[in-house]
Design a protein around this ligand. Structure first.
Ligand SMILES: Nc1ncnc2c1ncn2[C@@H]1O[C@H](COP(=O)(O)OP(=O)(O)O)[C@@H](O)[C@H]1O
Ligand SMILES: [Mg+2]
Length: 248
């Protein structure tokens, strides 16, 4: 079983939205998936109550001590993918989830303040030597320029930077909000939409990333941190350029 955790200090960065989008994208790609909710705010449980299909189980686990044994049981049961959604801030449950993850995804809007707020999550992932990647979410549509900048940096820095910023970037689109409200995922709500194309692309990127051996990934962590700093600065510059371009 692979365990993906979505974590970042800042609320509203898209942890729950991406957890749902990725869960359904992975399921549609043939994986057995469970959503684990460690955020007492209950965004995933509420979403499931609005949902009529019973294909995805949302399992609340609010106590840090329950996380490891439960993930172990799920792995033994043959589940292929657990996606853990966490609360804003850095609770004991979030730390436990990161510690037992195969990949820590850190969603962030492409603004300096949001990216800076990822630092504490990053330190936990580093402390437990867990592979991590940033997911730039709610980007402007003309954030194509951000995308190009990240791409150029990735080419220059080769593998390490390519691993640290997940691709594609997830654009700000109404489909994400409307599907959440309807108890659906974007891929169910707008199967032919760009939102779906992006989420499916993100799932493929993650699936590739998970195939990397953990050992190789850990060796790369220091290089990746350096590369992440570079992206931070690059994104800062482009976010200012793009601040006025926004699309629904
Ligand atoms: N790519 C996106 N485009 C548009 N709205 C988004 C996107 N990602 C998240 N949202 C919206 O932003 C809000 C916060 O997202 P949410 O997933 O609840 O964040 P978090 O779980 O990190 O607090 C929600 O209303 C959600 O629908
Ligand atoms: Mg949430």
């Amino acid at each position: 079983m692979h365990t993906i955790v979505l974590a970042t200090q800042k609320g509203g960065s898209g942890k729950s939205t991406l957890a749902i989008g990725l869960a359904l994208a992975a399921r549609q790609a043939g994986f057995s998936v469970r959503l684990i909710e460690t955020d007492p705010q209950g965004t995933l449980s509420n979403w499931q109550r609005r949902r009529t299909a019973e294909d995805i189980v949302v399992e609340p686990i609010y106590h840090a001590a329950d996380i490891e044994p439960r993930l172990k049981m799920l792995a033994e049961s043959g589940l292929q993918l657990a996606i853990v959604d966490t609360a804003a801030g850095l609770s004991a449950a979030t730390t436990a989830a990161i510690r037992h993850s195969d990949l820590c995804l850190i969603p962030s809007r492409p603004t300096v303040a949001d990216i800076e707020a990822t630092t504490s999550t990053l330190s936990v992932a580093r402390a437990w030597k867990r592979p991590f990647s940033f997911v730039l979410n709610q980007t402007p549509i003309r954030g194509q320029r951000i995308d190009n900048a990240a791409g150029t940096l990735a080419e220059e820095a080769a593998l390490d930077l390519a691993e640290v910023v997940a691709r594609p970037l997830i654009v700000m689109r109404n489909d994400h909000q409307d599907s959440l409200a309807a108890g659906l995922s974007v891929s169910e709500f707008a199967p032919n939409g760009k939102s779906t194309e992006e989420i499916r692309g993100l799932w493929r990127w993650i699936a590739n990333r998970l195939d990397l051996s953990a050992a190789a990934t850990n060796l790369l962590i220091d290089q990746v941190i350096t590369a992440a700093d570079d992206v931070l600065h690059a994104t800062d510059e482009f976010a200012q350029d793009e601040a006025t371009s926004f699309t629904a």
